[in-house]
Design a binder for this molecule. Sequence first.
Ligand SMILES: Cc1ncc(C[n+]2csc(CCOP(=O)(O)OP(=O)(O)O)c2C)c(N)n1
Ligand SMILES: [Mg+2]
Length: 402
Amino acid sequence: MSDTDVAASPSGGMDHHVSVDPAIVTEPRPAADGGPDMVQLLTPEGERVHHTEYDAIIDALSHDELRAFYRDLVLIRRVDQEATALQRQGELGLWASLLGQEAAQIGCGRAMRTQDHAFPGYREHGIAWTRGLDPMRLIAMYRGVDKGAWDPAEFGFHGYTIVIGNQSLIGTGYAMGIQRDGAVGTGDDQRDAAVIACMGDGATAQGDNNEAFVFAGVYNSPVVFFCQNNQWAISEPNARQTRAPIYKRADGFGFPGIRVDGNDVLASYAVTKTMLDRARSGDGPSLVEAYTYRMAAHTTSDDPTKYRVSAEVEIWKLRDPIARYKRWLMSEGIADHDYFEAIDREADELGEHVRTATVSMPDPDVGDIFDQVYVEPHQQVADDKATFTAYLESFEGQEVQA
Ligand SMILES: Cc1ncc(C[n+]2csc(CCOP(=O)(O)OP(=O)(O)O)c2C)c(N)n1
Ligand SMILES: [Mg+2]
């Protein structure tokens, strides 16, 4: 396979490990660059692309706000890198990296208002960051010392969930509730609310997701389905999830779908903001397909070299979300060398904090997992706790192998 083949195919033509009907893999696939329908406001080289619908949204941002996007991108990438390293050192049970998807998530998260609610999967560290959730809460969960039970109402950011596709249904249900509470289309900026339901490209193949689209469409619910199409669902490429571009799926459900360059923080922000404004004002749901790439493994338990070629990853490196944004900020004179240095220093400090705070997290009392099952006492759970406690005590005085 030549480099050209790889460039033309988001799957990278990686079919040699899995036997697949050739009729499926030779079907036309979306262009690896997202195609002409994709909204892009910043090229991979950092040049602004003008767009009649979205320019005004970007022009309305102050230089402080534009610089803050950069800070978000760099700091959440650093958290992600540290968490990946900590997992490799045995300090976390698992980590799901967002590497490459920072712009999609920061653009989306910064388009939300305080009263909006996001329903994340397991990789939405960037959206969590924009909602003010301390990344250590995420890390504690992946270390297995915390159940991830932050207060969704406090952050407008619900619990991490690994069940694929559930966010669409739960988010739609929540959006229907917001509608019935009369918090849509009142014209009050402090009150009108909307939901971001996160999903991946793989989630589009779930029945739950399609059922959510039916409900959202029929009830005109204030929900934006934010699909991060990172080209892969573990080892399954887009070509085995869908034969049509994801954003076009919305047509069949009667609401708008739009593909945006998910490696372009400006475009991701402008498009998601437009769709959230629309939802809050009572104009109903939409599907935003943020076209991006998962640069790292699916999770730290996965080895992507088994199913995709490195040439594909190299192509996407050239589309890096942070490099292009930095180039643009510099060329516009919005940020200078001193600013970037200060952000790098802040990232170093944050990295150090992540490392020291992780290794000094206290182990939870193992009994907690039983105590928090029911509000009222429960005999079966009490018996289970006693059995488990006795089992642990049976090791006392023995040397435990790490
Ligand atoms: C209902 C369900 N089926 C299968 C799985 C196993 N699983 C975990 S992640 C994943 C792939 C999801 O891919 P995608 O939606 O593209 O999200 P990404 O991981 O790429 O962000 C699968 C199949 C699951 N967690 N839930
Ligand atoms: Mg995916």
